[in-house]
Design a protein around this ligand. Structure first.
Ligand code: IKT
Length: 370
C-alpha cells in the first residue's frame, strides 16, 4: 500500500498521542492537525517532534473549556452554531501567534491561527487520505455533524473516530447515504472500548454458534497521564449515577477535583453506555442488550487498578458452553490501547476506501491492519 496521508482534528491527549504513535508506523504521514484556535498543514509531512513539544502541557483551552483532551464546549468552527465561536475566533483569528498556557497548536512554529480550523482542513482534504476525529464526545451529535461537513465538501476518503456513546452510531447511520455518495468510509468507535475490545469480542465469539453475553471490564491508571486526559475523565464522569453529558460538561475543574477526592482518586463505572453493544449487534455477533461495559479508573496511580478483560460466553456447535477471555497486559497503557488500534483501523479503512467500499462501519466489521 502506498503512503497514507492523514489529519488529526483535535490536539488534546488523543490527538497528540495519535501523532506520537504514528511515528512508529510505516507509511503514515501526518499532513494536518488542528485545535480550536489553529491549524498546521504541510503536505510534505508535519514536523511531529516540534508540534508535540510545542503543545505539551499547552492544550488550546478557553475559560469555558472543560478538559485538556478536547474542548468540552467546542468553539470556533468546532461548534455548529458558532455560539462561543465568535469570541474565540476573534482572538484566534487576529493573526497573532500566541504561546504559553492554552495557546495550543498556534504555539508551534507550524501552527497558524484561524477561526475555522475544521474548514481549513476540509479545504485541503483532496490530498488527505484519512482524518482522525479526536474531538469531544460531550455533545452527542457533534461527530456526526462533522462527518456531514466532510460529505458536504464531497470528501473522498476515510474518517475515523474514537467516540463512546451507543446512541451516536444511529446518528451516523442516518447520514450514511450522504457519506456513501461522497465516497467516505467511516469507522466509528475505533479506540479501546468501543474499538479494540469490540474487535476482540468479535474474534472470541467465533468459537460459538450462539453468544449469551459479552462482558468488557477495563482498568486504567492515569496518574502521569491525567493532565493530558482530562477530557476522557470528564466523559467517564458522565457515566456515573446522577450525571449525564450535560452535567459533566458544565462541571468546573474544581468540582471534578472534589468528586475525584470523594472517591480517593478511584472511580468505578458500571453499565456504561458504550457503543460496543450496538456495534457487536450490527456485526451480527449478539444482541446489544447482552453486552455490558464497565471499568475502574485510578487517577492517582499509573498502575491499572484491574486487568482489562473481555469475556465472551456462548454455546458451541457441539453443545458445550464456554467463556473465551481476552486480557490486555497490565503494562500496556491506555494510550497504547486507544491510539494503536485507532491507527490500525484507519489503515484498514484506507484499504477499503481505495477499493470503493464506502459507508459506516464498526470495529467488529473492519479489523485493524497494522
Ligand atoms: C477508551 O478511550 O477507549 C475508553 C477508556 C477506557 C480505555 C480502556 C483501556 C484499557 C487498557 O489500557 O487496559 C475509558 C472508558 N474512557
Amino acid at each position: 500500500m502506498d503512503d497514507t496521508t492523514f489529519a488529526v482534528l483535535g490536539t488534546g491527549g488523543i490527538g497528540r498521542r495519535t501523532l506520537d504513535v504514528a511515528r512508529h508506523k510505516d507509511g503514515l504521514t501526518p499532513v494536518a492537525a488542528c485545535d480550536r484556535n489553529g491549524v498546521a498543514i504541510d503536505h510534505q509531512g508535519l514536523d511531529v517532534d516540534e508540534l508535540l513539544d510545542a503543545t505539551e502541557g499547552n492544550i488550546a483551552s478557553g475559560p469555558d473549556e472543560a478538559s485538556g483532551d478536547t474542548p468540552a464546549t467546542p468553539t470556533s468552527d468546532y461548534a455548529s452554531d458558532g455560539g462561543a465561536a465568535a469570541a474565540e475566533g476573534a482572538t484566534a483569528g487576529g493573526g497573532v501567534k500566541q504561546a504559553g498556557e492554552g495557546a495550543g497548536i498556534v504555539a508551534s512554529e507550524q501552527g497558524e491561527p484561524t477561526d475555522a480550523p475544521i474548514d481549513d482542513v476540509i479545504a485541503e482534504s483532496d490530498a488527505i487520505d484519512a482524518v482522525l476525529l479526536a474531538l469531544p464526545n460531550l455533545e452527542h451529535d457533534f461527530i456526526p455533524r462533522i462527518a456531514e461537513r466532510f460529505a458536504d465538501a464531497s470528501y473522498e476518503g476515510v474518517l475515523v473516530d474514537v467516540l463512546k456513546r451507543s446512541r451516536v452510531i444511529g446518528m451516523l447511520d442516518d447520514r450514511e447515504e450522504a457519506l456513501v455518495e461522497s465516497g467516505i468510509t467511516f469507522v466509528c468507535g475505533a479506540g479501546a472500548t468501543p474499538g479494540f475490545l469490540t474487535g476482540a469480542a468479535a474474534l472470541a465469539a467465533q468459537s460459538f454458534v450462539e453468544v449469551e453475553e459479552v462482558k468488557i471490564w477495563w482498568g486504567v491508571g492515569l496518574k502521569s497521564g491525567y493532565e493530558d486526559n482530562r477530557g476522557t475523565v470528564r466523559e467517564d464522569i458522565a457515566h456515573l449515577d446522577g450525571y449525564d453529558v450535560e452535567t459533566a460538561r458544565e462541571m468546573s475543574e474544581g468540582e471534578i477535583e472534589a468528586l475525584v477526592d470523594e472517591h480517593d482518586g478511584v472511580l468505578e463505572f458500571r453499565d456504561m453506555e458504550h457503543a460496543d453493544d450496538v456495534l457487536l449487534e450490527r456485526a451480527g455477533i449478539c444482541d446489544a442488550e447482552d453486552v455490558t461495559v464497565g471499568g475502574v479508573l485510578d487517577v492517582r496511580s499509573d498502575e491499572k487498578p484491574t486487568t482489562t478483560t473481555v469475556r465472551v460466553t456462548g454455546r458451541t456447535f457441539d453443545g458445550e458452553r464456554g467463556t473465551n477471555a481476552f486480557e490486555l497486559d497490565d503494562a500496556t497503557s491506555m494510550e497504547a490501547n486507544v491510539n494503536g488500534p485507532a491507527l490500525g483501523y484507519l489503515k484498514a479503512a484506507v484499504l477499503r476506501n481505495r477499493a470503493g467500499d464506502y459507508g459506516v462501519y464498526g470495529p467488529a466489521e473492519i479489523m485493524p491492519s497494522f
